[in-house]
Design a binder for this molecule. Sequence first.
Ligand code: ADP
Length: 627
Amino acid sequence: MANLKLSHIYKVYDNGHKAVNDFSIDIADREFIVFVGPSGCGKSTTLRMIAGLETITAGDLFIGDTLVNDMEPKDRDIAMVFQSYALYPHMSVYENMAFGLRNRKMPEAEIKERVMKAAKMLDIVDYLDRKPKQMSGGQRQRVALGRALVRDPKVFLLDEPLSNLDAKLRATMRAEITALHKSLNTTFIYVTHDQVEAMTMGTRIVVMKLGYVQQIDTPMNLYNSPYNKFVAGFIGTPQMNFFDVTLKRDGDKVAVTFANGDVICVPYEAVSKIDGGYLDGSVHVTFGIRPEHIDISGDGEGLKFVVTGIERLGNETIVYGKLGDNQGEYTMKDEGNGIIVKLIDRDDISVGDVVYAQPKAAKLHFFDAETEITLMHKIPLYNTVAAVLGGGKLGTLGTETALPAAIAKYVSEGAVDLIVPPEAIVKGADFRLRAAKIEDVDGKKLAYLQNGDHYLFALVGDDVSEGDDYGFSILFDKITVKANGEELASPISDEVSLEGRFTKKETREDGERVLRFFYNVAGYAIEADKENGYKINSIDKDHCYDYTYRYVIDREKIRTANDGEAGLDVTVLEELDYGNAKYAKVRTGDGQEFLIKAEGDVPEKLRLAFDGSDVSVYSTRIDMKLC
Ligand code: ADP
């Protein structure tokens, strides 16, 4: 039994190929985690790093509370089951299962007890005297599982264990492995490229693509709320239908216009989380709808298509079609033009019929055409709010407030758009809107604040109820200001990024050699945590003293140096007053500019200081966090 923690794990192979990027997950004890994704996405590499069969380039791996990056595989208390079974052909099933335990010098009696127990669980007691080649693929995989089981490991790692089995056996073994997980109460990590295995077995699934984690979620959340088009298309069979469309709002309806000119209408309420910027009919977006979320009728309502193929699978009917009423040759589903519909208990549709598809309003998906990220986040990423500036005032949301000086520097007159993330809306006295609806989203309270005919989304506390007038302020340092689509002011992040070298110093203390490491920024040497110093050494080897690194630090952790203390000398360039927060823009001796929090009067010259333990280190050569 064990929990695992992967923190910013990277794998760069010796040939320079980055197979795994910034993989982080907290795995609770007894979870069944599945890594899924197409071939080459880095699933096995990650699993092998957990097993200790592959070195970790950067990042920390904890099993329980122990950092195991440098621990030998045999000491990690992990058992791995491979696709290839990896059984010893000359040994009997019993011997195969007992082998690892004998190596550990376990008493024969206990070995026997463990092997028999596992054999019973896996229903292979009758085969214990056989050699692997006298057994079927499914039986062999059971032996491989048994060999892992007898070790009673903290964590089970399974790498595509069922992919050599036929479809029927796979289904049986899926159920058996799930049952095994339940009865063992151990943490399982399972790698597969098969989304059906992932969906049926995992308590949580990690979807990967090209070395990057796309989404980590429960099977149902992946299905219902895919983060991007890739996840949407990967999970579910037949695949989600995708269409290039534009959206135009008209009152309580939104017209969805397809590439061929066809239009369907969906209720505004179903897409109210999509930012208004996408609803003016000018922006191309990707519309996604699963085959099982489409109704078909012949009455002229909906998206017209010709039925080009039908698969009847008993109660389920898969209908293939082509948009429009063109009767030409068409066999393959072709993105943008083809459509697949899954119907239950319908046998009134035939090839050649012209019918109408009606997507279910509660099941619509929309993705940004370029980033492919969903436009329907459970908590919207931002709100676009129109504002008018003039006379030192900012007029928006039915009120006028003082125009923050820092924004006035960029724009002080005319119409602008404020891009306001929900986190930038806090309880306060500047604005007031009615909370038309409050939704519980993963433990957070999302308020739909009625702003004219659309919503402003904000996160609110438990004291706010539906129907309440909510008084709030906007954190102007956390918003973007745009005029005519051009970004004039951008949000200020919580972190400061500085570049500099990495150095070491050897000293002798009480006759002992002591090695100390430093982050050097514009002449200020910040002592690094020793552990991090060694990490940088182990990742970049001797080159680490020649490279430039990016040092990232929480702005709140930067303070003014005490009298006589070493520090980073900066010149103050300007002060930025956002109303809710004040900053000073400063410049280092080597020309790096950044913002610090400013309180009261800011002198022209400052000496800043911060602790090495608060610094995160990034490579400037490849996109990688070192520590
Ligand atoms: P998956 O298990 O998802 O199919 P892998 O983790 O096996 O993917 O591989 C991820 C990527 O790393 C692939 O592009 C693969 O070619 C590459 N790769 C795997 N092993 C090595 C290696 N030893 N050296 C260089 N590249 C490798």
